[in-house]
Design a protein around this ligand. Structure first.
Ligand code: ZN
Length: 692
């Protein structure tokens, strides 16, 4: 028993010394929203391309012009052009995982950093987080064998399942973390980098003996009476559950606790590395590819997006296939992570590729790719495609095969136009805050144990509100104390709610809040144990024992009220057993959207008469002006004479808008038609209106 208490005290002491979130002021100014323009990706050393010898997102590594390209994109001419285009950050090769300075081209990295600094660009050292190139690393560093992650049969794990020479390492091993810290120190101190960038910051299920022991220690600290709490009589006999890592419903009690442990472990590692970086230089940037949302069950990779967005200064959200576009009536977008980033204080870079990692080809694609981060709060303007190869498709002669991609005029000129727009209007973005009367609930327990229902319900609700132009925020369980800021709370098929969550939600409604609930929200507790009846029964008036057939319940509670849709319209057509989620808007969602509109009234400040491809986001600037951002995902056609209506009672009714757009003067021309009615001459891709 004494040992248990010691473990518990140590565990608590450990968490207290490393804070897991940081305010915007604690982040380097040059990394914050409204300031960062990412000049492309120079993170791979030449040797890595040679070794892979294939087409890699626009880089023909199997071509005979590879070395020409490598030299050109890192030349002083290119860096000068990037600076002229407005870029101010580059990430640079440093530690792909070989441990060999020649393989990593550290001499080249040193020159590149000096070149960037001369032109005013900051540099981030690329550090591959979860995997190492074992054929190069192990001969010189045999102890690294102890850090290898293991599968359930004790075998090493290959990167991506098939890269047999790149093996995952175990981030719960302190020896590996110390090794990474050495790499970080070298980048910041010896190579004068301005920050570090940890790629692939996740953690696949690992069954090494080190993880087994740490998991048992965690169990002992958390469950002094394991028989009663989790049905295990002797924790010394426990091993990590051997499960399918793409499970969408987690009911096995030990499996649940293992998911909790993994989701706690990786933010702990991030917090400790952040403290290490800031200890070397408080102005150094701590950045990572958080690989969220990749539309599968991220908890099983140890990812906690909410905490990651609070721990990293720039969060690169790599999402293959989510390049913004209008496709079959759906705005494919990265709004979710941008909006969650605003709440967490992170500046988000949407690392979104077209399907098949194809390069964007038209000016319209480039515009939309840059309009999106602007519209959702002035996040990183990133040309992740900019320094790839012009290649076979666009070269007009042999020399041009190896030219950087941004030298195509439709790419470079469009990029420059958007960069200049941000640089000349920083006041629209810097220190702005999301202004939304609606919150969509993101329940931690539901996402973790009930992913197959909770996540598609959440994602489809987001998509429906986006396309209905109702501005919203994502509210996570951990931030429930902020609920009083909102007028409407939407809880869509978040089935696992704790008693504490339900009490807070009840206070919100009694004080005048509006609650919209769907499906089986609250039927289970935070450990996914079924309640005798709906946990929100006293608020919605709906019981599981009512006669079936009723679709909607409405109830007044205190000064507020509730609407309950029994059938979960957001889940129509969803396969809840799939770990892959593509957001959609089921037709039946219109009843939920209408209910939100009715609850809002004039709190919905602005109505735009436009097709659903036009999204609306509302921010407040640092000096309290309202900025309404319009972005058109179907931008092949210019929309003319867009009517904007400000309802009576809206705080914008007496304000006058000024329009700004990087798409030309007509897209920035707005005229008053009548009281509360304005006409925007044109909307191509992006226009924002500042109301004063
Ligand atoms: Zn391990």
């Amino acid at each position: 028993m004494l040992r248990i208490w010691i473990v518990l005290i140590l565990a608590l002491a450990g968490t207290r010394t490393v804070p897991l979130s940081f305010s915007a002021e604690e982040r380097p100014e040059w990394t914050r929203r409204g300031r960062a323009i990412w000049g492309g990706n120079l993170h791979e050393p030449l040797a890595f391309y040679r070794r892979e010898n294939r087409m890699m997102a626009g880089v023909a590594a199997d071509s005979l012009w590879l070395e020409d390209w490598y030299r050109k994109v890192r030349s002083d001419d290119t860096i000068r052009e990037l600076a002229d285009l407005g870029a101010n950050i580059l990430y640079v090769n440093f530690a792909k995982g070989s441990g060999d300075p020649k393989y990593e081209d550290l001499a080249g990295a040193r020159e590149l950093v000096a070149r960037c600094h001369r032109r005013g660009l900051r540099t981030l050292a690329y550090i591959q987080f979860p995997c190492q190139i074992v054929e190069s690393l192990l001969p010189g560093r045999p102890e690294a064998r102890n850090w290898l992650a293991r599968d359930r049969f004790g075998r090493p794990q290959f990167y991506g399942g098939s890269r047999y020479y790149r093996h995952y390492m175990c981030p719960s091993h302190p020896g590996y973390i110390d090794y990474l810290k050495g790499t970080i120190r070298k980048a910041l101190v010896d190579y004068h980098m301005d920050g570090v960038f940890l790629d692939n910051f996740y953690y696949r299920p690992c069954y090494c003996e080190h993880c087994q022991q740490r998991f048992r220690d965690y169990l002992k600290a958390r469950f002094p009476d394991p028989l009663t709490s989790i049905g295990v009589s002797n924790l010394d006999g426990v091993r990590i559950p051997e499960i399918d890592s793409r499970e969408t419903l987690i009911t096995d009690r030990l499996h649940q606790v293992w998911a909790d442990w993994r989701v706690a472990l990786l933010p702990g590692v991030a917090a400790s590395l952040r403290r290490f970086v800031k200890g070397i230089d408080p102005d150094a940037a701590f950045c990572a590819n958080i690989c969220y949302p990749r539309m599968d069950n991220w908890h099983l990779r140890g990812t906690d997006p909410r905490r990651f967005l609070r721990l990293f200064d720039i969060a690169y959200a790599e999402a293959s296939g989510r390049f913004p576009r209008w496709e079959k009536g759906v705005a494919v977008n990265n709004a979710q992570v941008f909006l969650m980033g605003c709440g967490g204080g992170a500046n988000v870079l949407a690392g979104a590729w077209l399907p098949g990692s194809a390069l964007p080809e038209t000016a319209e694609q480039i515009e939309l790719c840059l309009a999106e981060p602007l519209a959702f709060g002035g996040h990183v303007l990133a040309g992740i495609w900019a320094l790839r190869m012009k290649g076979r498709k666009y070269a007009r002669n042999e020399q041009e095969l190896s030219d950087p991609y941004f030298t195509r005029p439709e790419i470079g000129c469009t990029w420059a136009r958007y960069n200049r727009f941000l640089l000349t209007h920083p006041e629209l973005y810097c220190d702005s805050t999301l202004d939304s009367p609606v919150a969509i609930y993101h329940s931690a327990a539901s996402m973790r144990y009930d992913f197959g229902v909770a996540y598609p319900a959440f994602a489809n609700t987001l998509q429906a509100l986006l396309q209905a132009r109702i501005p919203f925020t994502v509210l996570c369980s951990e931030d429930l104390v902020e609920l009083r800021r909102y007028r409407v709370l939407l809880i869509c098929s978040q089935r696992c709610l704790s008693n504490e969550e339900i009490v807070t939600i009840e206070h919100f409604v009694r004080r005048g809040g509006r609650l919209i609930v769907t499906g089986q929200s609250g039927l289970f507790d935070q450990a996914r144990r079924e309640r005798p009846d709906f946990g929100l029964k006293h608020l919605t008036g709906a019981s599981l024992f009512d006669r079936p057939g009723r679709d909607v319940y409405r109830k007044t509670v205190g000064k507020g009220g509730t609407v309950f849709f029994t059938r979960a319209p957001e889940l129509v057509g969803v396969n809840t057993r799939s770990a892959t989620v593509s957001p959609a808007v089921p037709d039946s969602m219109h009843i939920v959207v209408d209910a939100v509109r009715r609850c809002l009234g004039p709190a919905l400040k602005l109505e735009v008469q436009a097709p659903p491809s036009v999204l609306l986001v509302v921010f407040k600037t640092a000096d309290d002006a309202t900025v309404t951002h319009l972005v058109n995902y179907d931008n092949h056609q210019v929309l003319e004479n867009l009517i904007l209506s400000v309802p009576i009672g809206s705080p914008l009714r007496s304000a006058v808008p000024e329009a700004f757009s990087p798409d030309g003067p007509r897209c920035g021309t707005i005229t008053r038609e009548s009281p509360g009615r304005w006409r925007l001459a044109e909307l191509k891709t992006y226009t924002c209106l500042e109301w004063r």
